[in-house]
Design a binder for this molecule. Structure first.
Ligand SMILES: C[S@@+](CC[C@H](N)C(=O)[O-])C[C@H]1O[C@@H](n2cnc3c(N)ncnc32)[C@H](O)[C@@H]1O
Ligand SMILES: [Zn+2]
Length: 331
């Protein structure tokens, strides 16, 4: 744990002053700082709880509190296999994408329990330090996981909304945020906040309605009120497996009958039919939305327009099984 990284990156999330008091912060244990950091200007304090810096909790909106609650519960109930071992289309994407991350600080905004750390710690990731942010208690699991995988790079764990982070402007070289912005009521503010702190690249993953799986994912919103009542995660996983099997079977049938369907892109249908892991991928994808809050997806152009407004340009865009991935870079 590097005190230097804290000094370089943090600011007060109340008045935005970079003039912080570290005299009550103890950095004896590398991955578990204690005490608190306070603002010399407005005296707001950010305490460390189990090595995680807690920021802005008292001011979270109803939507933020709900996300924090639902995801704390979700990650708490999920076992290690679900948290860290499941492989999704995103992992395949990151196998190549991660090489594009720049030297400096890599931020995972809405990191959950740290699923993507397995990518961030690879040799071909140039980042030399990390900032992991999440609003839910999963951030405590993320910190623990970081310890378990013996990563030695300096890191800051923050429990905060990505819409208002205690991070100085332009201190983050690469930002990755996937499956998070779509959960927020004010997505534009979240994009603005990410652009404010980022100085080179910004990868944004949001659910897409362009693919069949994306559509199914969104449709899963309909059954959520019922499935939310199922508290047993194994049963939930089984139910999402059944739904996935049913959906893939239906798609195979549609493919076989060669019905011209306006809402299905031919190449996406073919990809899914030919994917030997289609069922488990869909199962994993469905498993999340069953229990998470409403997802709102804006047209692609909106995300691009917002990023441009806040100083970033679209370099590439890719539609994967379930998400649109936008790769922005600083103008
Ligand atoms: C679908 S999960 C994605 C987690 C991770 N990015 C992954 O791909 O495994 C969404 C995460 O966003 C977090 N989240 C939701 N609203 C947030 C907010 N306003 N600020 C920060 N994190 C938030 C949740 O706590 C949850 O861990
Ligand atoms: Zn302040």
């Amino acid at each position: 744990m590097s005190k230097e990284l804290f000094r370089r990156v943090l600011q007060c999330n109340h008045c935005n002053s970079g003039n912080l008091n570290f005299s009550k912060a103890i950095f004896k244990c590398r991955l578990k700082p204690e005490g608190e950091i306070s603002c010399k200007k407005c005296e707001t304090t950010m305490p460390f709880v189990n090595g995680v810096l807690i920021a802005g909790k008292a001011n979270w909106t109803k939507n933020q509190k709900r996300n924090a609650y639902v995801y704390s519960d979700f990650w708490e109930r999920s076992d290690k296999a679900i948290k860290y071992q499941r492989v999704t289309h995103e992992d395949e994407l990151l196998d190549t994408l991660r090489k594009e991350f720049k030297e400096g600080v890599l931020m995972d905004a809405g990191c959950g329990s740290g699923r993507h750390l397995r990518h961030w710690i690879q040799d071909n990731v140039k980042a030399n330090s990390f900032v992991m942010v999440d609003i839910s208690d999963s951030i405590f699991q993320c910190r623990k996981y970081y310890e378990e995988i013996n990563c030695t790079k300096p890191v800051i764990f923050i429990q905060s909304s990505i819409s208002n982070m205690p991070i100085k402007g332009q201190t983050i070289s690469s930002t990755w945020t996937s499956g998070v912005v779509g959960l927020l009521e004010d997505q534009k503010s979240a994009v603005r906040e990410i652009c404010r702190v980022s100085n080179k690249t910004f990868h944004l993953g949001v659910l897409t309605e362009k693919t069949i799986v994306g559509k199914l994912y969104i449709t899963a919103n309909l059954v959520k009120p019922f499935l939310n009542k199922v508290k047993n995660m194994k049963l939930l996983f089984m139910l999402s497996g059944l739904m996935a099997r049913g959906a893939i079977l239906m798609l195979k049938l549609l493919h076989f009958l060669k019905l011209p369907l306006a809402f299905i892109r031919k190449e996406h249908l073919k990809n899914i039919i030919n994917d030997p892991n289609a069922i488990s991928r869909l199962q994993h994808s469905l498993y999340d939305p069953i229990i998470i809050p409403k997802i709102i997806k804006y047209p692609d152009l909106k995300y691009i327009e917002w990023a441009e407004k806040y100083g970033f340009i679209l370099k590439a865009q890719k539609t994967e099984i379930i998400c649109d991935y936008f790769h922005f870079y600083k103008k």
